[in-house]
Design a protein around this ligand. Sequence first.
Ligand SMILES: CC(C)(COP(=O)(O)OP(=O)(O)OC[C@H]1O[C@@H](n2cnc3c(N)ncnc32)[C@H](O)[C@@H]1OP(=O)(O)O)[C@@H](O)C(=O)NCCC(=O)NCCS
Length: 405
Amino acid sequence: VLVSQPLPAGLLLRTARPADREQIAALLTDRGDAADAVDHRLIVEDPDAGWECCAVVVDGDRVVSTTTLLDETLILAGVAIPAGQVELVATDRRYEGRGLARALMGWAHERSAALGHLVQVLIGIPYFYRRFGYQYAIPLPPTRRVLGVPPPCDGYAVRPAGPSDLAAMAALQDAVQQAYDVRMPHSPACWRWLVARQGSGQLLVERDGIPVATARITPPDEDEVMLGDVAATEPAAAHALVQYSQKLCGGREFAVKERPGSLAGEALEPFLAPRSPQAEAYYVRVSDPVAVLDRLRPVLSARLGPSGLAPGDGEILLSFFGSHVRLPYRDGTVVGIRAGGPMQAPGSAGGAGIAPDLVGALLFGPHGIAGLAERHPDVYPGPRGDLMRALFPPVSADLLTLYLP
Ligand SMILES: CC(C)(COP(=O)(O)OP(=O)(O)OC[C@H]1O[C@@H](n2cnc3c(N)ncnc32)[C@H](O)[C@@H]1OP(=O)(O)O)[C@@H](O)C(=O)NCCC(=O)NCCS
């Protein structure tokens, strides 16, 4: 769908087109990095994404702000949730503070909804995206400086990976991601961008010609070189990646994006500096909790049945205070969902209370309803606490994104 929407002061928000390419590249380079311009070109020229996933604000012929929406899939306990990811957000310095990024976020969210996305995720500058309905919900993989040198690992060959290695790398990542409750794989298009972009390069480790590990690394001439997305089937293969990277960056500061809960995470732990106490998280936006909960009914059923906490017929009541939902169940299966209006005191009706802006954290975050209730006065499991804790447990997550988080 091509969009063309007048803004105040004669500006126009519209779908980007090929003639905008150089100006968008210049804007992204100025406000970010030259590598961003390469990413933008890869995205808009890819048949799976295309120019329609990018919008600009123009002042006459001049591009003064831009945003891109990527198509993603979040998977919770095997259930796919179509998701959007906003990226490449920039406004010309002379046009800042006039609501252009806000207008483009509006475009992104409308497009995302039209594409059937039920949630949006993003990695972004602090606080800004809270203004557009995002909350910090899923912890980022911690960045940890590498202090030690892993033992020598003979028999492991590390090399840059290219387009012919995509299937092997995707298989290694898929295998790692199976261990997490929530995962977001790279889309097929994103894999193509990863082997063509400048912001990072892909690595593959082989033992006897068999792919046993993969990762990506930022350019060795950067101030701090980063190894991320480490996926290994054997500890020594993860060690080989670190050794290779240490040689490549020749004594410069070098850090790993930890992958907690993975084999590589465990193998590299002894060589990493302590975690920073600073919180870092992916932003998540859930604009319609009813639609997401409806999609997640199979997940709720899979938690409800085995819990034994709700035999026979009944109803799960969740209030977001300004609205509420009822989820009828029968013999351990959630069989429907009904939305209703404001409900101030769900506890008195046997339900749980959940601030609507914590729904993303509730469904995809590490705290579950019990942990959120400890932190937020406006989340509580109510009188059926055991049931609500079974339905909304803490979950682990592993998200793969075009940009290293
Ligand atoms: C961040 C950036 C995109 C904002 O663009 P913009 O067009 O000036 O933003 P808007 O005018 O639409 O801002 C929307 C609101 O957020 C506020 N805001 C702007 N920058 C903000 C920031 N960094 N943090 C918090 N609030 C901010 C604005 O004051 C405005 O508030 P209002 O709605 O109450 O008036 C722009 O400053 C930029 O390009 N920065 C450099 C690149 C960058 O950091 N991109 C984001 C990467 S994730």
